[in-house]
Ligand binder design. Sequence first.
Ligand code: ASN
Length: 308
Amino acid sequence: MKKIKEVLCIRTHLLDKKTYMVNRLKSKIISMLRTYLDRKGFIELFPVVASPITDPLSSPYDTIFFDVYGYKFQLTKSMIFHKQLSMLTFEKIYIFSPNFRIEPPEKVSTSRHLVEFVQLDLEMRGASREEIMDFIEEMLLYLFERVQGEEELSFFGRKLPRLKRPFPRITYSEAVEKYGDDFEYRLSEKASQPVWVIDFPYQVREFYYREDPRAGTMVDFDLLYPEGFGEAISGGEREWRPERLKRMLMKKGIDADFYDIYLSLIEEGVPPSAGFGIGIERLTRFLSGLKEIKFTRLFPKLPGKFGI
Ligand code: ASN
């Protein structure tokens, strides 16, 4: 019965003018980003939908394994490992990559979580954190300038903030001290410019970032949207040295055997690199100013629901 009601919601959603306008805007955003990245000499790769290796992520998610030729496959949660390995082939790559993350049902109330979403995943060989942060600021400035005049923004009455570079920065520990452990929303709500949060401790971060051994924090970042729209981007420098990766796995109490395919490849050598992932639906949500993320997809999968 519940399912029938949810199915009927899909029809209403498909016919909604907001769905139409936001998805048209999303299509333009994707095309602008592609133009920008292609001009900068990036190669676009196809996404990997399922694999024995995917992002472990820092918060716990339900994971479904399925057997493929005797290997335990999962749907992609992020293409982090494939991005890093693709540095063997290319210097600069990007992918519009579908991610499947089984969010806890209560996340539905945030209006910004989707179980299935697409992120623009990008990686650059030999890049430093500073270079990637610079690159992101430039890319967002380009995008904001172009999107500003689009009719979808007038439809939603959206006035975008004028971006000023460099965006403000705060370290993770300063953010926790000022706004508490779940600083994301409060910090984003107070901000009128995108805000960088840098230097996460390894305990709250995925193992694949490079740790600065002196600071004891990762060489990483998150970018938060202003006006309470929350997290936009996460990324950083990758650890490429097998010994350090194994040490980090041990420090985090993760069974290295689970990553044996990845570690064997790393042991053969990969170049240092850095990169990031930006969720396209959240980017569209911010640029349209529409709070409910469900409008950014024709067939959204909301946490805890069959569909909408
Ligand atoms: N952390 C990834 C990156 O650094 C992105 C993600 O979605 N987890 O590129």
